[in-house]
Design a protein around this ligand. Structure first.
Ligand code: HEM
Ligand SMILES: *[C@@H]1O[C@H](CO)[C@@H](O)[C@H](O)[C@H]1NC(C)=O
Ligand SMILES: *[C@@H]1O[C@H](CO)[C@@H](O)[C@H](O)[C@H]1NC(C)=O
Length: 403
């Protein structure tokens, strides 16, 4: 293994700190993790135009994205512009500012994605999944597909893979009809939507967000999205073919932390994949491998990934690693969001329009949510899906039945 000078620096600078630390077990884990990180970094593949461009040809954004893909730069950012836009979307001042239209879009999406409970709504979760299902229709041997907007510009949505995406699809198309005349591509709208949704979900990372992708009105290749009964081996190979390694895959499926299924088991419509739907926390990783409340429906694919020798240790590491997971998810999602994009070097950045990250969250209606998770209150299903505050919805105290 050849160490780049940056990687060696990280490892060496970690040594004095960890050796001086009394918790030797933790220290060894830190060192092993740093070493594993270096190994991964050296095996990272470049994509799109970054594969052929020389460093001397790269723009500042091109350099940053290359560094993110090679894992020497964080994909998270807190750079924010809290000022109101310079004018309405039609104004000359707004048209003169590349990110102005995105600021308006961010306001609209944030309102749609944030529920009155403070959790993120079904539209937010749909937006994250939509981002995956547009970009993920790509492999190393594809000559088209990827993050090109085709999922909403063609009949791709009719494919069984995309069951459950209708509501977010309709909403995104509405925004497209409103904002396309200001130069917004469908591909960018979908990926910006995924990143805004992620940060609106409590505890979610604030991922650097780039615009300038090109649309393609040709349906992407078929057979490139995963199924919920797939084995770990099948999933690892499917994603490797998208330059997404096993570690990245474990980070990405953590998006199921927010999820509520509708089509895997239709008799259990709305059942979540962990006990905290609408929250971007790590409960999903722990609960997939151990016990969870009765209403939690675990996907077989997630259980399979949690057990495979190639993915198990990372799965375990995320169980108590919110910051670690957020960092890795951001890096992996950035890669996913650029699959099939061949003008990465010409993209621009509008991260500053994203709302701020919410680094802590108290679920004020947890008592009611807990009863729902135990299988009570089916009448709340839609409200949980819409992330509506449940306190006050149940006016009489829950009846305790003695048997
Ligand atoms: C191992 C690969 C994966 C499989 C087999 C898989 C499968 C599924 C399935 C079956 C659903 C439920 C759909 C429904 O019944 O309504 C779902 C939901 C979801 N998936 Fe995945 N997925 C995978 C990876 C990913 C990735 C990589 C992401 C994002 C980066 C993602 C994001 C989501 C989200 C956010 C939802 C929730 C949607 C909602 O609540 O409406 N998934 N996934
Ligand atoms: C979402 O709603 C919660 C609770 O109503 C609020 O605290 C939070 O600031 C909102 N988030 C954004 C990004 O507007
Ligand atoms: C994956 O899940 C399926 C069920 O869908 C199960 O039968 C199978 O044993 C699992 N495969 C592996 C390799 O764990």
């Amino acid at each position: 293994m050849k160490l780049s000078s940056f990687s060696s620096y990280v490892l060496l600078s970690l040594l004095p700190f960890t050796l001086a630390h009394p918790g030797m077990g933790d220290s060894m884990r830190d060192i092993r993790r740093a070493a594993a990180q270096i190994e991964r970094r050296n095996s990272k593949e470049l994509i799109g135009d970054l594969k052929t461009l020389k460093d001397s040809q790269l723009t500042a954004i091109g350099k940053d994205i290359k560094a993110i893909l090679l894992e020497s730069k964080s994909a998270e950012s807190s750079v924010i512009d809290t000022s109101i836009p310079p004018g309405t979307v039609d104004s000359a001042a707004c048209k003169a500012d590349l990110c102005c239209v995105w600021k308006w879009i961010s306001y609209e999406m944030t309102a749609k994605f944030n529920g009155t409970s403070g959790r993120c709504t079904k539209f937010a979760r749909g937006a994250v999944r939509l981002g995956f299902h547009d970009a993920g229709v790509w492999s190393k041997t594809s000559t088209y597909g990827g993050a090109d907007g085709s999922i909403l510009l063609t009949n791709e949505l009719d494919r069984a893979d995309n069951n459950g995406l209708k509501d977010i699809a309709d909403y995104t198309k509405q925004l497209y009809n409103k904002y396309n005349k200001y130069g917004v591509s469908m591909a960018d709208l979908i990926q910006m939507g995924a990143n805004i949704a992620t940060v609106v979900c409590p505890l979610g990372p604030r991922i650097r967000s780039f615009v300038g992708r090109k649309d393609n009105a040709k349906a992407g290749p078929t057979g490139l999205l995963p199924g919920e009964t797939d084995s770990a081996d099948k999933l690892i190979k499917l994603f490797a073919d998208k330059t997404i390694d096993a570690h990245d895959l474990v980070a990405l499926v953590g998006a199921h932390s927010t999820s509520q299924q509708h089509f895997v088991d239709k008799a259990r419509d709305g059942d979540p994949q962990d006990s905290t739907p609408g929250i971007w926390d790590v409960a999903f990783y722990g609960e997939t491998t151990t016990a969870a409340p009765p209403r939690v429906l675990k996907f077989q694919s997630d259980i399979n990934l949690s057990k495979d020798s190639r993915t198990k240790s990372e799965w375990q590491a995320f169980i108590n690693g919110q910051g670690h997971w957020n960092a890795d998810y951001s890096t992996s999602y950035t890669r996913l969001s650029l699959l099939g994009v061949n003008n990465i070097n010409d993209l621009k950045e509008c991260t500053k329009v994203l709302p701020p990250a919410r680094k802590s969250f108290v679920s004020q209606d947890q008592a009611v949510l807990d009863l729902w998770l135990q299988g009570q209150f089916d009448q709340l299903n839609n409200m949980v899906d819409d992330a509506i505050m449940l306190t006050g919805v149940i006016t009489t105290p829950p009846k305790v039945t003695m048997t």
